[in-house]
Design a protein around this ligand. Structure first.
Ligand SMILES: Cc1cc2nc3c(=O)[nH]c(=O)nc-3n(C[C@H](O)[C@H](O)[C@H](O)COP(=O)(O)OP(=O)(O)OC[C@H]3O[C@@H](n4cnc5c(N)ncnc54)[C@H](O)[C@@H]3O)c2cc1C
Length: 482
């Protein structure tokens, strides 16, 4: 079969997909997004901002040191050095795309978050950084003559020809599925937090990109490393729990128990600003003894409406005024350090298949992501991948028998609820080998769970966690602690 089109398709319109598409100019790009332009995905929800060593007394070397410490030195060193070395350029590139970061006098205002040795988080619209970024990038993409949008549209299947990507099947509302030729496909489909009962992620972050890549024969890397954010709001609701940004603790808020005692005292040298895995485990431990944990932000001074408008609005929706009341918090699945194994240029093991952003794993986050390094990852590695794809000019004709691959059977809603509960209890912030084995056994004898693509992903995560013999970073197993 000959390929008439050298089409480049980018799937996902969060930070990673948008930056990749913009950076591939002047090569034509078909940009496919599951949600309308400028909305959806985790990017829209990001609060804190983007880590970059911009202060006069900060350096890329210090940013690298903090990234490696948070990642338990499981990180790919080349990826880390590329990330931190390009961070300043990434921020300036974003400004050129129209992102307006909050300023402090002559310079950018810098916030502080857990695991960072100093203030280095640039933000926009106070704690509405992700939305500001997404709007500016979506506007830039709409103006870009080389980009054609297809949204809302859904990537349903991938065609392989002799093991190489050669086409995609897209689903759009009210039209029959459409098959398109394609020479390069970029998956920028985001994370998989929605596979867990308690999560900060929206429903679109369900790992469907991982499932498609696996079906194509791609490898997963570091699948067991799931970051739990320690301060999701502890409220009864199905779907994403509201996130209470770490920037509040950076500004002086404290985690306390029912009696008002600081729960991180004596547990980590960095106290409330310890890396997320430590804080999440501590909150989880308190909960196991029946103690509810609260974030006390009442001592914070300043203009809440300007600095933390998102938190103020989220709390307000649940009848809490954080200026005067403590906020109940719980750990929740937040970020997947693992993903489709890719090189620094985003290429996977499957010719023509690339991945970038949270769905990908080039090892940059190691065993635990440093706060505010993931928007940065999307920008830095999206730019690198886009430039690489722009340079591909010659496409050898593809011969051979085409084959369509899809995710397979999807779980229905009751099965999905049970899978989420199972993943939440077996793969949470504190794991036990027996519980993980029980979960695997349960999935093996319940095909309605274990044979679905979501179930198969949970099996992969469980197998990866059981294979790791020592606790590391976000993977903490009581049997192998220390
Ligand atoms: C509440 C919250 C706060 C956060 N705060 C920060 C922060 O302050 N700083 C930071 O660095 N990180 C933060 N993160 C993490 C960060 O937001 C994400 O890691 C990052 O935005 C991921 O970007 P992405 O482009 O890879 O994926 P997303 O932004 O999730 O985008 C994925 C896109 O792919 C689309 N999609 C998925 N599957 C398909 C399909 N089959 N077909 C078509 N489209 C598809 C989705 O609709 C979505 O638009 C936060 C995350 C959350 C949940």
């Amino acid at each position: 079969m000959n390929l008439p089109a050298n089409r480049l398709v980018v799937v996902g319109t969060g930070v990673a997909g948008l930056v990749t598409a913009l950076s591939a100019a002047p090569r034509p790009v078909l940009l496919v997004g599951g949600s309308p332009p400028g909305s959806g995905g985790c990017t829209a929800l990001a609060q804190g901002g983007i880590a970059a060593a911009m202060a006069f007394d900060d350096s890329a070397a210090d940013h690298a040191r903090d990234t490696l410490a948070a990642g338990a030195h499981h990180n790919d060193h080349d990826a880390v050095h590329y990330l931190v070395g390009d961070a300043g350029r990434a921020v300036r590139w974003l400004q050129a795309q129209g992102v307006v970061f909050d300023r402090d006098g002559d310079g950018l205002q810098l916030g502080r978050e857990g695991g960072h040795g100093c203030s280095r988080i640039v933000h926009a619209g106070g704690d509405a950084s992700g939305q500001a970024l997404l709007q500016a990038l979506a506007d830039a993409a709409r103006r870009a003559p080389h980009i054609t949008w297809r949204a809302p549209a859904w990537l349903d299947a991938i065609r392989l020809c002799d093991g190489r990507v050669s086409g995609v099947a897209l689903i759009e509302a009210r039209t029959p599925p459409q098959e398109l030729e394609c020479a390069e496909l970029v998956l920028a489909t985001g994370g998989c937090g929605a596979l867990f009962a308690a999560t900060t992620n929206p429903a679109s972050a369900d790992g469907n990109g991982l499932a498609l890549a696996l079906a194509c024969g791609a490898r997963l890397r570091d699948a067991e490393f799931v970051q739990f954010h320690p301060t999701a709001m502890d409220v009864e609701q199905e779907g994403a729990l509201p996130l209470i940004t770490e920037a509040l603790r950076g500004a002086g808020a404290r985690l306390v128990d029912d009696q008002g005692r600081a729960v991180m005292d004596g547990h980590h040298a960095m106290g409330d600003l310890a890396p997320r895995d430590h804080v999440a485990r501590r909150v989880w431990e308190c909960q196991q003894t029946g103690t509810r944990v609260w974030l006390d932000a009442t001592p914070l001074k300043g203009d809440w409406a300007q600095r933390f408008p998102t938190v103020l609005a989220l709390c307000g929706r649940h009848g809490i005024d954080p200026r005067h009341q403590r906020i109940p918090v719980t750990p929740a699945a937040h970020f997947h350090m693992g993903g489709i194994a890719v090189g620094l240029d985003g290429s996977s093991d499957v010719p023509g298949l690339y991945a970038v952003g949270e769905v990908a794993c080039n090892g940059v986050h190691g065993a635990n992501r440093l706060a505010s390094n993931s928007l940065l990852e999307g920008v830095v590695f999206g730019r690198r991948l886009g430039r690489r794809l722009a340079d591909i000019r010659l496409h050898a004709p593809v011969h051979g028998h085409p084959r369509w691959v899809d995710r397979g059977q999807a779980a229905d809603m009751p099965a999905l609820r049970e899978l989420r509960r199972l993943a939440g209890s077996a793969l949470g912030p504190v794991r036990q080998r027996a519980r993980m084995r029980d979960a695997l056994d349960h999935l093996a004898v319940h095909p309605g769970l274990g044979h679905t693509w979501q179930g198969k992903l949970v099996v992969r995560f469980l197998q990866a966690a059981l294979q790791r013999r020592k606790s590391l970073g976000a993977h903490f197993c009581v049997d192998d602690a220390g």
